[in-house]
Design a protein around this ligand. Structure first.
Ligand code: UDP
Length: 324
């Protein structure tokens, strides 16, 4: 039986996908340098501690485990950090993806599932992006991922490798079984930060920008439960195994919530008001970014099951409480 290499499998999204793969009985191996991931998040299969930019290690893992499919999560993901330190992003996200792809081609890996991002769209005119919306990223994070998409497209055109690239919108929530969740203490993502505030790890939550051209002036995003996002990767695997052609798909629900709506929801779930500070806009943030989400349902047969902001927040808060 061939196996699946999960890069970044000790991180937030990778560990949820690896858990679902393991529960389904797939053979998996995780490659993670543990720079932001956690050994304890690897619930199935071996963990190889190493870097996706280290071609010798990658080649050896592909060979030793008879890898047929790579799911490539390992990346830096913080927009403002990418603005401050772009080369860090072009190395880890773009150059290391090139190394991964070269090793995959040399080893005859057939399937590649790639973690892309809605940040490739930049500021779509209506705030809603379909897969055909022009890609015009406005920050180095988005550009670092878009370059990887381009490489993937070119490699698939020149070799037998086939891929699914998933453009994630705003991922939040945690494993309903309470085993894994978003664990990075210095997280910057809204729902995580708000949950840290609820349990007393932060004394307030900041709203970055209240003067956007949106209904309440704060940024609007499409928040998706990590369990649904993870399930999309298993659908992508089945699709590739069935011979599906290379494809790039949005992964969101198609519903937008403002920062204020999210914080109201967190306060309601927590049962108490939050301490909120309003601050200027954050560098690199678009006003609104919501998915057109029909294509992934059609192409992969993806059925979201956790499409409720309250449920997303409740599971994120439960995990944060557990982390203590
Ligand atoms: N945001 C905020 N306060 C925070 C973190 C985020 O107001 O502490 C806003 C941010 O400006 C954006 C939205 O929440 O409008 C989502 O940001 P996040 O960092 O969660 O994800 P991103 O969309 O940048 O990937």
């Amino acid at each position: 039986m061939s196996s699946i290499l999960v890069t970044g499998g000790a991180g937030y999204i990778g560990s949820h996908v690896a858990r679902q793969l393991g529960e389904r009985g797939e053979r998996i191996v995780t490659l993670d340098n543990l720079s932001t991931g956690f050994r304890a998040a690897v619930l199935h299969g071996d963990l190889v501690v190493g870097d996706t930019g280290d071609a010798a290690t990658v080649a050896q893992v592909l060979r030793d485990y008879g890898v047929d499919t790579v799911m490539h999560f390992a990346a830096h993901i913080i927009v403002p950090e990418s603005v401050a330190d772009p080369l860090k992003y072009y190395r880890n996200n773009t150059a290391n993806t090139r190394t991964m792809l070269q090793c995959c081609v040399e080893a005859g890996v057939r399937h590649f599932v790639f973690s892309s991002t809605a940040a490739v769209y930049g500021i779509p005119a209506s705030g809603v992006a379909s897969e055909d919306t022009p890609t015009e990223p406005i920050n180095p994070y988005g550009r670092s991922k878009l370059m990887s998409e381009w490489m993937l497209g070119d490699v698939a055109a020149a070799t037998p490798l086939r891929y699914v690239a998933l453009r994630y919108f705003n991922v939040a929530g945690a494993d309903p079984g309470g085993r894994i969740g978003q664990s990075t203490p210095e997280a910057t993502h809204l729902i995580k930060v708000a949950c840290q505030h609820v349990i007393g790890k932060r004394d307030h939550v900041s709203i970055f920008g209240t003067d956007y051209d949106t209904p309440d002036g704060t940024g609007v995003r499409d928040y998706i439960h990590v369990e649904d996002l993870a399930a999309a990767h298993l659908n992508a695997l089945d699709y590739l195994r069935a011979g599906g052609a290379p494809v790039t798909l949005n992964c969101g629900y198609g519903q937008g919530f403002s920062v204020r709506e999210v914080l109201d929801c967190v306060a309601s779930v927590a049962g108490r008001p939050l301490v909120i500070r309003t601050e200027p806009r954050r560098a690199g943030d678009p006003p609104m970014l919501v998915a057109r989400a029909e294509r992934i349902a059609k192409v992969l047969g993806w059925v979201p099951r956790h499409q409720d902001l309250r449920g997303i927040v409740a599971s994120a808060l439960a995990w944060e409480r557990q982390l203590g």
